[in-house]
Structure formats: structure tokens, C-alpha cells
Design a protein around this ligand. Sequence first.
Ligand code: SAM
Length: 700
Amino acid sequence: MTAEPGELLDQALRLCQAGALKQAEQIYRRIVVSHPEATDAWNMLAVVLYELGELEEAAYAALQATERRPRIAPYWLSRGNIEMARHQQGEAQASFKRAIALEPAFAEAHYRLGMSYHRDCRFGDAAAAYRDALRFAPSVPEISWRLGEALLSESDAGAAMRAFQDAFAQDPHGVLDRRGCFDWMGRMQFDSLPEFWHAEILRFFQREDLNRAPFVRVALKALKTKRSFRALLESPTSTDSASGPDARNVTAALGDPLFHAVLREGLIADADFEFSLTRLRARLLFDTVLRAQVSLDFLCAFALQCFNNEFVYAQNEREQDEVDRLLRSTESELGALSTPDEGVIRPLLTVACYRSLDGVRGIEAVLEPRQTSSLLDLLLQRTVVEVREERSLRRTISGIGAIADTVSHAVRGMYEQNPYPRWFAVDREPALFLSEWLERELPAQLPIATASTRILVAGCGTGQDAIWLATHIRNSKVLAVDLSLSSLSYAQRMARKLDVRNVEFRHGDILSLAGLSERFDMIASTGVLHHMREPQKGLLAIAGLLRPGGLMKLGLYSARARVSVSAARRLISEQQIASTEAAIREFRQHVLGADSSSALWELRYSLDFYSMSMCRDLLFHLEEHQYGLPEIAVMLQQAELTFLGLSELPQDAVAAYRRMFPEDRLMTNMTNWDAFEARYPDTFSNMFLFWCRKPDHAAH
Ligand SMILES: C[S@@+](CC[C@H](N)C(=O)[O-])C[C@H]1O[C@@H](n2cnc3c(N)ncnc32)[C@H](O)[C@@H]1O
């Protein structure tokens, strides 16, 4: 006896609800074979195939449903979803509109229409569709969140903030991604901030599953709106007066949990904070009363910040003498005490604001985990245990070819002393297929089919990109190469710590990789080639390792965006300033002392200015090439690579570009971007980050 379609439909629905999609698919197929007019079965078959990623067949099933019964709105929704997944945005939008015409209050159809416009970079239309969706489903936070994102790209700041607030207020568990919003807020100027946002930013910084370092800027801006921080930043000697409202305010600032999180997890890239913290550090060194008053947690967080910035703050001779004295007395106490108490921990933490604890004699006495402060454990872990682990890992990294080029040799020396950059966390989130990630990286691009994911990171530094790719791209296997063993040891330690096993770090020169027989699906090399004697030679070396159709992500310095860096480099060269730590500290003071008319002024807004190794990389590099987009176009042409588009563009730049060149929908015209950069020379202040591709037919 055969079951009626109604019964079978129920059975298949139960299987879908239980996640047994393959079994459900079989039943729907049986139904449509025996009852081709059963349009619900066609529609559900389309939905299941869509969920299974079988998009061609899903499209066929959706066509059957909509052609047989064109007046059922949900069928058009399914069809639109499948068209959207197949990157057929025009068709998808038409299908969603059909659904809406049939059922004007169909919130999901409005929402999906908005998403399709969004993918098409039609942000104004997307915002209008999200607003329509919200009329019928006002309490779905995800719609408000998308509205906020679309409005950001339209530069409608006030409305975007309201939309994000609506979204986040309905999302107490932090499911929605706050990063785009906070990144953008970090670029805004504001003197006051509603309590809602203070609480949101603090909650964000308390999360352990996210790398919070890139969002320090918004946290500092939020802190600066508080009276307590104004007092801290304005007080001539920080905590100057022992009593009165100012002292109370400063004490409140030093106890602020957001401030502690920022000190611990990121780099304080802000001149006002640096001035204040430099004064405060000296005060803690000389003023034993103050040192006894501040919380141990603050001292630990402050010492972590000083470690994070590699002790880049200015220190005078008097301070250095006092640190030496304090270090000697602390070392002798550490040797004498079986259980070090606060009497020795506080001076030790003060020393840790100036020097690495790794070299302190007797430090083993405090290495045992203790109850007094878990932050002390974190400090010791980062500044002693991990530093030692890196040293022992050096021996375990194998070589890949010789380092023969003289510039490569010299550049290696620099990064052996100053591995770049120091980083602490990676976002923990579900891995994506390479194609899904590319869709985010290159919005409005055509789909790129890449099933396999063998990745090369050429010039991986301390491994942040390599580990990110290994953890975020599904089924990826990463080979990461660099000249600097110190950087690679850092990278290897981080891979171990994060339990990342699909990345291999090797020591070598990009120029020696030509001998590799393997070909890669993707190659990433950001901030590397411009430090080679002949960057084009480096590009040709890695382009040769790309499989036909393979993708490359490159990062190269922009000459226009580096005017202030070039001014500094000229000064350093003219005055023959060495790249020692002391000279870097002194030069930074010169930069920080420059007024706003100086060519050096802008440097204070660069993240890289705020740590020792990053500042060396930024201003004291022994080999640096800078580019304009027309030159990059020529380089790519010579390497037989096709430009695909710029990546990691700030939302405001995207919005401004679209206003300037509305006809360049895919935003891939390099001549346009060059004109855009001429008008907004800070756009690529980090560097040009872009994707290119080796054509399928290229000889290899
Ligand atoms: C500024 S760091 C960038 C590191 C990493 N790509 C990132 O973005 O964090 C430059 C790195 O390129 C490496 N590098 C420079 N020239 C290289 C070469 N010829 N072969 C391999 N690595 C090189 C350096 O050792 C250094 O670690």
C-alpha cells in the first residue's frame, strides 16, 4: 500500500525538523515522481536541496513549484533564496518582489529582498527593504542589525546607531556581530556616549571568544567621554593631588574594568593616553604611597600594556636608575622569601612596566599559580613562560631553501630582533568555505568556485594571518614561510596555544620558494613584498606557485597614504638615527612633540606608532617601496594576474566611492580607485589590500 502525499509530506517534514535532510529529500522526490502536480512537495524539495547546497537541482524544483502555482508567495521566497545563493541577484530580487506582491505583509520576503540588494551593494534600496520588513516583524533583532549595516554604508550615522541600538537591545546574549559597528564607531568623533553604548562596549571587551585588540579605539573613545578619564588625562602628573575630586576621579579611572581590559588585551594607540600613562608610570616608580594604593589588578594590567607595547614609552635616566635599583632590591627579596607577598609583588610589577620579567633573577619564586590575582598569572604567563617557550621552539622550525639575497638577509636581522606584530587572540567562530569567505571579502563579485584550499602565506611574520586562515577556512591546509625565526617561533607558540594543527611554519626566503613542486589554491602576502629589494621578483616567485584559477591576496604600501611616514624616514636618514630601542623612543618623543602643521603630525594616529617593533617597522625599515594603483596594475599584468578588487575597505570609503562612481557597481576599476585616492589620500593608510587571480588558462 502506498502512502498518500499528505501523509508522506508530514513524514518528510518531521525528518527535516530532525535534520535528516537526505532522507526527507528522498521522500519529496518520491512524491513529485508519483504526483507531479504536488507543488508543496516541489517547494519543500527545493528548500531541502538548497539547504544541502545542491543549488542547480534546487533551482529546478523551485521552478516547478512557481510555474505550476504562481500565486503562492512562499514558493517565490524559496525560489528567490536559491537564486540569491546562485549569485543571480536580479532574478532573486524579482522573485522576492513577486512574493511581496502576493503578500504585502510578508516580512521575510522584504528582509531577503533587502539582503539581495545589500549583496549587490545597493545599500539605499537594502535599507528601504529592511525597514519594510521591520514594519511587519519589529522585534527581529537581525533585521535591525542589517539595517544598521546598510545605513553605515550609506553614511547615515545617526540612523545606523539607532538601528544597531534596537538590534543589540534585543540581543542580550551577543549573538549579533558587533564588530562592524564598533569598528565604525572607533572612527567617529563623539564627546558623549549614552550609557547603553558604554555597557555594550564593556560587554564586548569581556568576551573571551573574540580578538578585541582591533577595537581598542572605540573603547578609548568611550573612556574619554567619562569625567574620571578626563581627570586622568588632564592631570599634569596623573594622580597628582592626593585628595579632592580629581584624585577620586583618577582612582575611579584606574579601577575601570573596560580600561583594564584594554590595557590587557590590546595596544593603547592614543597620544593623550600615552602621555598620561608615561607620567603615571614614573609616579608609581618613585611614589611608594601611590604604589601601595593602586589595585594589584591595575598594576598587572598596566604591566601587560607595557609588555604589549614593548616598553616603548619614554623613560629618562633618573627612571632608569631607579628601575635598576628597584630591580636589584626586588631580586634579593625574591631570593630570600619562600612565598613572595605584596611587599615584593608591587615593586616587581612596577619593574614590569619598564622591563621584561623574563630576565629577573629569582622570578621562578612567583611563577607558581597563586590566588592573589589571576591577572598576575596572566602577566607571568605572557611575559615569562611564553617568552621561554618561544626560545625553545626556535630549534623545531625547519628551513625551506637558502636565504641568499643581501636585502633578505638584512631584513631578516631586523625581524629577528623585532618580530612583527605581537598579537594575542583570534576570533573563535565557525569556519567558512573559501567561497563564502570570498563573498564577504569581495562583495558584489561573481562567485568563485574553489573546492580545495591549500594555502601559502608568504612572509607570515608572527603568524596571525596564517592561523586565522587555518582556523577560519574549512578544510584548509596552510604553509607559512618567513625569514625570521623569532617571528616563526611566536607563530608556532600561538598555533600550539590555540591548538591549530593544519598550519606548518617554515623558515626561508620567498625567493627560494620557486623550487616547490606544489601549487596553491590561495596565496596571501600582506605587508611583505614591499620590503624586498625587487618586489616584482618576489611577486613572480609566488605567482608561479599559484594554480591556474588560484587566488592571491596582497598588501602593498600606498605612497599617497604614507606622506608622513616618508617625512619621518627622510628625517631619520638625514640625521642618521639608529634603530636602537633608545633611539626609537627618543624619535617618538620628537614626533609626539610635533604640532598639527608638521608633516609628522599624522603619525600619532597610526596604530603601528605605538609599539617598539611596529614603530621600527613603520618608520625605521631598511627597505621600503611604495606604490600607486597604476603601478600595481602594471605589476599584476606582468605577473599575469587579474585584479579582482580591494578588500577590507572601511564602510565610509565604500559609500563615498559609490557616490563618486555609481556606474562601477563591482568597484573593481583601478583607475577610478586611483582618482578616489587622489581625492581622499588617507583611504589606504594601512596599505592597499587587494585580491587578484591567475587566469585558468595561464601557463604554469
Ligand atoms: C611587516 S611584516 C608582515 C607580517 C605579516 N604578513 C602580517 O601582515 O602580519 C613583514 C614580514 O615579511 C617577512 N619577509 C620580508 N621579506 C621576506 C622574504 N624575502 N621572504 C620571506 N619573508 C619575508 C619579514 O620577515 C616579516 O616577518
